[in-house]
Design a protein around this ligand. Structure first.
Ligand code: M6R
Length: 365
């Protein structure tokens, strides 16, 4: 039931403060500020030094963000593949202590085949899954839940932010188990994560501004999304969301890759969405943004208050989120990108919840 919403996707975007909060509650004891594993899950990160992550589509972008979390907070090296490559890549998997899969449905054919491949290779497996009775949840050694509830819209929204939440909290747990994070740091990170629902609600306040940007977006046939560090996977996810439901051709790039090719595309007709929270790589992203501005590109900057003040070039539009701890930015910055894709698709008049050629769950190879 869509309730008062026009589309399931819109409803699911708006459910995010609640479901992200639920998911976090499974991985963090809010009273003590300690990270934990949900329910009966048995998984020990203490001896994990290298992980292989694999998934498809949006789940893959969640896993790619997870790599930034796990490498930074737990010092676990992460290999990453889309599942359709992992299963055929013939990686020796040397030194891999754990294979981690991410899937909303738990039924995606390539992800399931990759899980079975990892098990056959003798690896310990874990899967972050939204449907607890799914095949992947049943077959993984450790099933790690996201509590997003049923996701109906083909374009994944709330499942993605719940996956990011689970990955962030798990990386903190892993950091503690591996002795890389002190109790005080753990408390600080989990406190930061507990702000996610409130920060997502703050992002909703940008909706009318995003709607105006979306109206303009419909006049373009192409768009570029740029991000660095943990905002790089978001650039990929923002582009996927836009192409999936509005059919506008969009590409996401690591901002530093701009001058290695895609900069040739930039002119006045090219909207460039720059995702740049004021973090350790902000200055670098901004210098890429200047390269876009110098070539007349139409910049839409997604940043925070500090970033908006520090940005040296005027963007065509600036979406300003509150300043927030770094561990939160992927979760919160996903939301304006979802809303941008949603409103662009609505203006284009496409079938938002059932875009052409796509199925919610891809159970064939
Ligand atoms: O159910 P899964 O998470 O395994 O699905 C993976 C992809 O098919 C899925 O994320 C797809 O890319 C979405 N339509 C993206 O919005």
């Amino acid at each position: 039931d869509k309730g008062n919403y026009r589309h399931f996707m819109q409803k699911e975007i708006y459910e995010q403060p609640e479901v992200v909060g639920h998911t976090l509650g499974a991985y963090v004891d809010m009273t003590s500020g300690r990270s934990r594993l949900p329910g009966e899950v048995a998984l020990d990160f203490g001896a994990v030094r290298r992980m292989a992550l694999s998934a498809c589509g949006t789940g893959y972008y969640a896993a790619l963000t997870g790599r930034y979390f796990f490498e930074r907070y737990a010092r676990i090296a992460c290999d990453l593949d889309v599942a359709s490559e992992f299963r055929y890549r013939e990686s020796p998997l040397d030194g891999v202590d754990l294979a981690l899969f991410v899937s909303q449905s738990g039924e995606t054919a390539d992800t399931l085949a990759s899980l079975r491949y990892a098990k056959a290779a003798g690896l310990k497996t874990a899967a972050i899954v939204n449907v607890p009775e799914s095949t992947i949840a049943r077959e993984a050694d450790a099933a790690l839940p996201t509590l997003a509830g049923p996701e109906i819209g083909v374009a994944s929204t709330k499942a993605f932010t719940c996956q990011l939440t689970a990955l962030a909290a798990l990386s903190v747990r892993a950091g503690v188990e591996r002795g890389r994070i002190s109790g005080a740091e753990e408390a600080e990170l989990t406190r930061a994560l507990s702000e996610a629902p409130r920060m997502i609600a703050e992002a909703f306040k940008l909706e009318s501004q995003i709607e105006a940007i979306a109206r303009e977006m419909t006049t373009h046939r192409h768009a570029l999304f740029l991000g660095r560090g943990s905002s790089f996977p978001l650039a990929l996810e923002g582009a996927l969301k836009l192409k999936e439901i509005s059919y506008i051709h969009a590409e996401g790039y690591a901002a530093g890759e701009l001058k290695h090719g895609p900069i040739a595309l930039i002119d006045e007709t090219m909207p460039v969405i720059v995702i740049a929270p004021y973090d350790g790589v902000f200055e670098k992203t901004v210098s890429n943004m200047q390269e876009v501005a110098a070539r007349g590109g139409r910049i839409i900057l997604v940043t925070d208050e500090k970033g908006a003040k520090a940005a040296p070039v005027a963007a065509a539009a600036t979406l300003v989120l509150p300043d927030m701890p770094e561990i939160l930015t992927p979760i919160v910055y996903a939301v304006p990108l979802q809303m941008l894709a949603y409103h662009t698709a609505v203006h284009m008049g496409t079938d938002v919840d059932q875009p052409r050629n796509l199925a919610k769950s891809v159970t064939v190879e």
